[in-house]
Design a protein around this ligand. Structure first.
Ligand code: SF4
Length: 502
């Protein structure tokens, strides 16, 4: 009946009794909770994703809160002063890394929005200059990934409204979190199709402006949120807030609108589902885990990818032919094995970890399933961008020994400049070096290593081949879109993403 559209259950405030907090929420009639994964470090995002992956009623957002826009750097002086050039360039390097990481995490199947992002000129915990830059970055990221936004705005709502308009945030829509009745944001938010998050502030004695404002906002543009552990509603002030308290907010809103708490719950929950497109997600057919390409059976284990290659077919919506490949959630090793067995009535020349995203972001699944398949005599290949050791922070090549027969690495470019242009990694130099090192290491550890490049105009294939051979790998040029046409196979059919096929 109720949906808490904004809670920080990843915070350590809930470490000791998170299970009890969730149990009380379901008991109070909540049908879902959106966990807001935003912070300067990775911990908040990872924790929100971990929790959301474990319960179908939990969803997650990813972003950087404006308080944390400094990205861990210490800035001296006034928050309105320009940042000195050396510090700005340090911040720019962090900005690239953080955006790269978050664009990858945003592909997690339980991520429903980019947020909370915006401006906070009340506390000014980060210089305004970097708050503004990151806010625009995140609106653009949301547009690129076609995800709604969760907006934080405190003091200078006019500037938030202006940035949302200038950056065409109407294309994404979303939720204006912690709405306090500001006129400029209300008008812009309504024009751009946003909903407004109403929380415990509605019950505060001094919130007359908000109460006046929400009397007139169309009910189907309001959503409930707790912002737990903050903003505990009256009469529980002074205690930690939690999602079960959303019922108090529904009651307060119902009083203003002449409706019961249950009626408010039902309308606002429908709005959360509409704005965050939850129904569309659940109605979408589940992505295929196993699908045939020529004589091989491809295994699809994640939607996430470190890169944003300009030629990537998944930009077309995770569909190949009319077969959906976008996974609603990431399959377990047992589910991957079951999909393999269901599809492999006949023996395939190879089982290939490929699919929509970068399989080695789930290295543990590839290794566990790969070992089992090889024990059964199945040849195994992984198609990869070669960045897993960099992203996961450990040597993945040595772990792959015994789990795969062939590694096919997307080299794609002979130098860092063209690699950056074509594959758009968060940190081009680090990514290019890591990819080359991955090939070099794989050539020492894995029986067959092939470096590939897509034959696109402007790609120097001869130089790619020279680099591949110097790293100890074979080379193959791949025609663009070579597996767009595929041979359907029941019951697990599909196509291949444009990555690393040999
Ligand atoms: S082509 Fe492969 S590596 Fe590039 S973005 Fe697509 S899935 Fe990722």
């Amino acid at each position: 009946m109720y949906f808490d559209s904004h809670a920080h259950l990843d915070f350590s405030d809930f470490a000791a009794d998170r299970g009890d907090v969730l149990a009380r929420a379901w008991e109070a009639g909540l049908e879902g909770i959106v966990l807001v994964g935003s912070g300067d470090g990775d911990t908040s995002v990872r924790e929100a994703l971990r929790l959301a992956a474990a319960d179908e009623r939990l969803w997650a957002t990813v972003g950087v809160h404006p308080h944390d826009a400094s990205l861990g750097l210490k800035f001296e002086g006034s928050p309105t002063a320009p940042i000195p050039a050396p510090q700005r360039s340090l911040w720019e390097a962090r900005r690239r890394r953080v955006l790269g990481r978050l664009s990858m995490q945003a592909l997690h199947p339980k991520v429903v929005a980019i947020g909370e992002v915006g401006l906070d000129f009340h506390y000014d915990l980060s210089p305004r200059e970097v708050q503004r830059v990151l806010f625009r970055d995140f609106v653009r990221l949301a547009r690129r990934l076609r995800l709604p936004l969760v907006i934080h705005a405190r003091d200078d709502h006019g500037e938030v409204a202006r940035i949302l308009t200038e950056e065409s945030a109407g294309l994404t829509g979303g939720i204006i979190h912690c709405f306090t009745g500001e006129e400029s944001l209300l008008r812009t938010g309504l024009d751009l199709g946003f909903a407004f998050g109403i929380n415990g502030i509605l019950t505060f004695p001094n919130a007359e402006k908000l109460r006046r404002s929400v009397r007139d906002v169309p009910l189907e543009r309001l959503v409930l949120e707790t912002d737990a552990p903050y903003l505990t509603p009256v009469p529980f002030r002074g205690r930690r807030n939690e999602p079960a308290r959303v019922a108090e907010i529904a009651q307060a809103l119902g009083k203003l609108r002449g409706l019961s708490a249950e009626e408010i719950g039902s309308v606002t929950s429908a709005t959360v589902r509409r704005v965050l497109r939850l129904d569309a997600r659940e109605a979408a057919p589940p992505g295929r885990i196993a699908y045939q390409v020529k004589e091989a059976l491809y295994l699809n284990v994640t939607n996430r990818c470190t890169l944003a290659c300009r030629f990537c077919l998944k930009r077309g919506g995770h569909l190949l032919g009319d077969i959906p490949l976008a996974l609603r959630r990431e399959p377990t090793p047992a589910e991957v094995l079951a999909a393999y067995r269901e599809a492999s009535g006949e023996r395939y020349a190879e089982a290939v970890f490929c699919g929509v995203g970068e399989p080695l972001l789930r290295a543990e699944v590839v290794i566990e399933v790969g070992r089992k398949l090889r024990d059964e005599g199945q040849r195994v290949r992984v198609n990869t961008d070669g960045l897993a050791s960099l992203v996961l922070g450990r040597d993945i090549v040595s772990e792959l020994r015994g789990a795969v027969d062939t590694v096919s690495v997307s080299l794609n470019a002979p130098d860092v400049k063209s690699y950056a242009r074509l594959c758009q990694p968060p940190d081009p130099q680090a990514a290019f070096d890591a990819m080359c090192d991955f090939i070099r290491r794989a050539a020492q550890e894995i029986p067959t290593v092939v470096a590939t490049a897509v034959a696109l105009p402007g790609v120097d294939l001869a130089a790619c081949e020279r680099l591949a051979r110097s790293l100890g790998a074979r080379f193959r040029a791949r025609p663009f879109g070579e597996y767009r046409g595929f041979r359907p196979h029941q019951p697990n059919t599909g196509g291949s993403a444009e990555k690393g096929e040999e």
